[in-house]
Write a protein that binds this ligand. Structure first.
Ligand SMILES: [Zn+2]
Ligand SMILES: [Zn+2]
Length: 166
């Protein structure tokens, strides 16, 4: 499987390199040249960017999975903000680092969790009731910090059935 990381706007190289390493459990990972943040995705009334508009940017690449990585604050109705968004059983996903800020190490860990979470959705996984599973829904940074970066036993089984893992 070929996964691509698409930096949207100015994204820290360290974080991208860390994500590429973590996501290599799925196969080859390529870091694409960055694209500009489209101003058409900005919603002045909210002071935020619409996540689904940014996610569209990932559609034109030939890879099996494309994860957009942005730095701007994103939302999707009816939520006040989102850490990321993905097509269920699709190829496109996006995360934003905007609300994951902390020290350099914690930012990388949080970004990896959100990346695994959103890619999990592209493989068909839904939210998991296991609070330490990476597929549990994060409503706050505390939720992101308290979950692990791994798929639980049941989510892993589903990924095996889907052929993602041997
Ligand atoms: Zn989710
Ligand atoms: Zn799970």
């Amino acid at each position: 499987m070929r996964t691509a990381l698409l930096p949207i706007g100015d994204v820290d190289d360290d974080v991208l390199a860390h994500l590429a390493l973590e996501l290599s459990i799925f196969g080859d990972v390529e870091i694409l040249p960055s694209v500009d943040v489209p101003e058409s995705a900005y919603r002045p009334r909210r002071g935020q960017y619409l996540a689904s508009d940014l996610k569209e940017l990932t559609a034109s690449y030939p890879h099996d999975k494309v994860l957009g990585v942005a730095n701007v604050d994103i939302y999707e109705d009816p939520l006040r903000f989102v850490f990321g968004l993905a097509d269920i059983r699709g190829k496109s996903a996006i995360i934003s680092l905007n609300r994951l800020r902390g020290g350099a190490e914690i930012l990388k860990q949080r970004a990896a969790k959100e990346a695994f979470h959103e890619l999990g959705h592209t493989f068909g996984l839904r939210h998991c009731p296991n609070r330490i599973c990476v597929m549990t829904f994060s409503n706050s940074l505390a939720d992101t910090d308290s979950k692990g970066k791994d798929y639980c036993y049941f989510c892993t089984l589903r990924l095996r059935t889907a052929g993602v893992f041997p």
